[in-house]
Design a protein around this ligand. Structure first.
Ligand code: EPU
Length: 338
């Protein structure tokens, strides 16, 4: 275990922001993590766990220790004729787990293909795309409390999953480190493809017996066409969450904007695509010096080169103000800001 000092984090965040961590360490197994957490010299040090760094915006140097979680391993730990329990280390690249499942024709996460980040980060914000969310296949996870070094297992109900939410993003933020995740994947499952764009693409295929691989291939292509590749242009996917508003407010807005898109949401709420709101405020494709709003998906803010976290944040602030002025809706950030 090597603790580095004043380490640049430019390659550890997909926005490509050039900040540094006062201390930095990469860990590869649970014992190493426990050993690290027991070091007295780190007791009072602020700790930040990084996976793929694909949902974070750094606005300044990190004055503490960054723990890069690189715990590897994908293993089937149980199977019967219907399902498989698959355990993956928190440091596994999420997409590698999806490819593992697709290759074995195990259903449940194929719609989550090409999402950047690691397995350990996936439950933190209950990653989701194209009608699926992690919580739908989640079985349990294991991790370690930072303060005590004690291990704990969380079953699904204990994780308090919501739309891009979980207990690990709220009460347990900076208190608990996920070390492995178990998913429940299905043999012979029917892929979910209600999402408009996927359905249209699938209907172009000769057979109507769509496989898990058909769906994942189409989604990978759609994402590839629409979302910027972080290795080419810095970004963290959706910058904001899709806001949920009351049905009454929605009906009022619809009078003025009959074309407003929406997704249904529980509790008499309506979810509006934030990308549409941002686009309607004229931001899509706009560039201000080193930062901008992606030309194909207005929910994605991009770093064209040497932007600072503050540059991105001030663009986000301007966008939020204009959306409030035009629609009376307050956007909230999906990315974690440090
Ligand atoms: N739209 C626009 N203009 C835009 C972008 C979107 O008008 O520039 C409208 C369109 O009406 C479109 C609708 O928004 O039909 C939905 O767009 P899209 O399918 O791209 O999905 P999204 O709601 O913008 C969410 C997730 C994405 C996920 C996609 C696909 C959030 C915050 N984002 O985006 O997740 O890939 O659905 O399911 O929920 C991420 O979290 O980083 C992420 C990329």
């Amino acid at each position: 275990m090597k603790i580095e000092k004043n380490k640049s984090l430019k390659n550890n965040n997909t926005f490509g922001i050039d900040v540094s961590a006062r201390k930095y360490v990469e860990i590869y197994d649970e014992d190493e993590l426990k050993q690290l957490l027991s070091l007295s010299e780190l007791k009072d040090e602020a700790k930040l766990v990084l996976g793929g760094g694909s949902n974070i915006l750094f606005t300044h140097d990190y004055n503490g220790i960054v723990i890069k979680n690189s715990i590897p391993g994908i293993k089937i730990i149980f199977e019967d004729e219907k399902l498989c329990l698959v355990k993956a280390g928190a440091g596994v690249i999420w997409n590698d787990l999806v490819l593992f499942a697709v290759e074995k024709n195990l259903g449940g996460i194929e719609n989550l293909i090409s999402i950047p980040g690691t397995v350990g980060a996936a439950p933190v914000q209950n990653i989701g795309a194209y009608g699926e969310e992690l919580q739908n296949t989640f079985h349990s996870l294991k991790g370690i409390y930072i303060e005590t070094g004690k291990e704990s297992v969380f079953e699904k109900e204990e994780c308090k999953f919501g739309y891009r939410e979980s207990i690990f993003k709220e009460e347990l933020k900076e208190k608990f480190i996920i070390t492995s995740v178990i998913l429940e994947l299905y043999k012979n499952s029917q892929p979910v493809f209600n999402y408009g764009t996927i359905k249209n693409e699938l209907e172009k295929l000769p057979s109507v017996n769509y496989s898990i691989k058909d769906v994942s291939d189409i989604i990978a292509k759609i994402r590839n066409d629409k979302l910027p590749d972080p290795t080419a242009i810095g970004n963290a996917g959706s910058f904001f969450k899709n806001p949920e508003i009351d049905k009454d407010q929605f009906l009022e807005l619809k009078k003025e904007h009959p074309e407003i898109p929406c997704f249904t949401s529980p509790h008499n709420k309506v979810k509006i695509p934030a990308g549409w709101l941002v686009e309607k405020c004229g931001w899509k494709g706009k560039r201000i010096k080193n930062v901008g709003v992606h030309e194909k998906q207005a929910l994605v803010l991009v770093n064209y080169g040497y932007a600072t976290g503050e540059d991105i944040l001030s663009l986000a602030q301007e966008i939020k103000i204009s959306v409030i002025k035009k629609f009376g809706i307050e956007l909230t950030e999906e990315v974690n800001i440090y």
